[in-house]
Write a protein that binds this ligand. Structure first.
Ligand SMILES: Cc1cc2nc3c(=O)[nH]c(=O)nc-3n(C[C@H](O)[C@H](O)[C@H](O)COP(=O)(O)OP(=O)(O)OC[C@H]3O[C@@H](n4cnc5c(N)ncnc54)[C@H](O)[C@@H]3O)c2cc1C
Length: 289
């Protein structure tokens, strides 16, 4: 939010499409697509991850209070599976967003006076404590995936596939749902790859663990954006709610669909690269340049 205020205030350069405010010496940072990209990344991931945290808290309640034993079990499975994702992806993205917001300030982001470097430093520790994110990823792929014959991950796949199927039938969410379906396909293929290649070499699982955690994070936050987009579209159609707020939700969901969901394919290909290149170098060669 500080970066948003700064971008509205600071004048530097001109809009690519011609001066936005010709009477001023320069336009504000807000006219530059790359500055907007940075601010949109922060907005899309922050709102999506907050929704995922709230969804996780709901699963904790349902684990104890849902009406049937089956529903309590599913909630327990889902929150068990997604806890390392919420922690690991949430804090990795928290740090990324803090440095991206710092970048919006240019040189002012680096120096102490504007306060952004302290946010970056504060965000950094969350990736390390409460289980380093590398160890969170190992918990996900080494323990949570295989538990109870893969019951939890199957429940997650079903949850996403059901929501995708429902959203594909609605015009306002059909495009988002199709893109999320592709990301889900990448997650499922990566899970199968671990099953086929993890037993013969456990390093194949360790080498892909963080990529897999982020891939699952993209899909999980994708579900949250699908829900937010669907809710916004419903309210707009009913003529209810704050229109500017609801329109912003739809635009931010579109940004997530176009900018974050495609990374699922890249992460899948990293996972399928396996451990060979990661494990091949003798230790002393890490010091040779
Ligand atoms: C500011 C601060 C406050 C803290 N507060 C608390 C607190 O209140 N209570 C508390 O109990 N602890 C606290 N800690 C400790 C914190 O939980 C540990 O630092 C953290 O769990 C990492 O352990 P480590 O530092 O021993 O790193 P290591 O375990 O040595 O890890 C080093 C690196 O190796 C990786 N690694 C290690 N083992 C594996 C593995 N099997 N597979 C893959 N990668 C691996 C890690 O991911 C990490 O990148 C705090 C730490 C800090 C810095």
């Amino acid at each position: 939010q500080n970066a948003v205020h700064y971008a509205r205030d600071r004048r530097q350069g001109r809009a690519l499409t011609g001066p936005a405010e010709p009477n001023e010496k320069a336009d504000t940072l807000f006219v530059h697509p790359d500055v907007r990209r940075m601010l949109m990344e922060g907005k899309a991931w922050t709102e999506g991850l907050r929704a995922l945290c709230l969804w996780g808290a709901l699963q904790v309640d349902l684990e104890h209070k849902a009406g049937s034993e089956e529903d309590r079990q599913t909630a327990a499975d889902l929150i068990g599976l997604l806890t390392p994702v919420i922690k690991g992806v949430g804090t990795d993205k928290g740090y990324d967003i803090a440095t991206t917001a710092q970048q919006v300030y240019g040189g002012h982001g680096y120096i102490q006076e504007w306060g952004m470097e302290q946010y970056v430093r504060d965000a950094r520790i969350a990736q390390i404590y409460e289980g380093t994110n590398g160890v969170q990823a190992m918990d996900l792929v080494g323990r949570k995936l295989a538990q109870n014959g893969g019951r939890a991950v199957q429940a997650f796949f079903k949850l996403v596939a059901d929501e995708v199927a429902a959203a594909k039938a609605v015009e306002a969410t059909a495009d988002f749902a199709a893109r999320l379906e592709r990301a889900l396909g990448d997650l499922q293929a990566s899970t199968m790859w671990f099953m086929a290649n993890g037993m013969k070499n456990p390093n194949n699982v360790g080498a892909g663990a963080v990529a897999y955690m982020h891939l699952m994070g993209i899909v999980a936050v994708g579900v949250m954006w699908l829900r937010m987009a669907a809710a916004a579209a419903r309210l707009i159609a009913a003529g209810e709610g704050d229109r500017a707020f609801l329109d912003a939700k739809l635009v931010t969901a579109r940004f997530f669909a176009e900018r974050a969901l495609p990374n699922a394919g890249a992460l899948r290909r990293q996972i399928e690269g396996g451990a060979e290149a990661i494990m091949a170098l003798p230790e002393e060669m890490f010091l040779a340049a």
